[in-house]
Design a protein around this ligand. Sequence first.
Ligand code: BGC
Length: 348
Amino acid sequence: MRQSNIRPFGAMPDGAPVEEITLAGAGITAAIITYGGAVRSLTVPDRTGAPTDVVLGFDTLEDYRVQDKYIGAIVGRCANRIAGGRFSLNGREYPLFVNNGPNHLHGGQVGFDRQVWTVEELRENEAVLRLVSPDGQEGYPGRLEVRVTYTLEEKSLSIFYEARSDADTVCSLTNHSYFNLSGQGRGDVLDHRIQLCAQYYTPADRQSIPTGQLAPVEGTPMDLRQPVQIGARIGGDFPQLLWAGGYDHNWAVDGQPGQLRPAGRAAAPDTGIAMEVETTMPGIQFYTGNFLAGCPAGKGGARYENRSGFALETQFYPDAVHHPGFPSPVLRAGERYAHRTVYRFGLD
Ligand code: BGC
């Protein structure tokens, strides 16, 4: 398959080529690299019609390989944290790679964000990427075959995740794009408004491991059911926000998991760009880039600091494998994992 919308983007140390795909839909373009399946740019018009790149990213493969912020990447086999870096399934204990204090984060040392995906299908507005994660990778049981389809439609990016394993395993896939709706590299996102369609969130301990409770947002700074400026309460003395250095929590998206339903919305006052998120997943992590500082210069020399972008990561709840009360992230042998998340752009 050789098409005009795919070009070399560098090579891995073992010589494996990395490519970049450009996709175009009505009023939206995207660049996707096969390293981590990462969204490298996403361009939509602002209120004057000027094309605005709303995601953080880098100019070179080397920069992607050096950073450890999961910028733009597909995260798996299990997004977010697994407490103690181990879980048991069918009476067997599976130790995982521990990479976040005593815990496992975002699939481990060489998660899906650090692997080179294969381009399986390519059209002008759509790319299908494929990855095979062998049995035992990062400690997970089962050979997992994953397909991720990126589709651009009318000012929207849809990400469809499919997976199948030959043994029971744990699977929760997300995309870790950092958005800045003022345009990447244009300062912080504290003036953006955020709204999450969630009556409950999962409070966490100081290591961001959920306690297992589903707590009502009502009466707390976690109540984002009405639009709130990101900066308005982020520095308050609410312990959850203090411990995480800002928002870095999972909200239980209202409605029925498995059904595509509204999960959140964000908007920037200067460009007027608004983004709505819909998902079939049970939860969404709203993360305000609290640990973003310290990566290489971004696209066009942009400086990325804490709060230069925010992420809305649709997922099973963090550490769900240890909480029987949470929707289960266990994928049974031969079963099909299929989830969709849509990022839809417009003007405020
Ligand atoms: C997590 C943060 C973590 C970050 C890594 C986010 O999804 O919620 O706690 O530091 O990923 O860049």
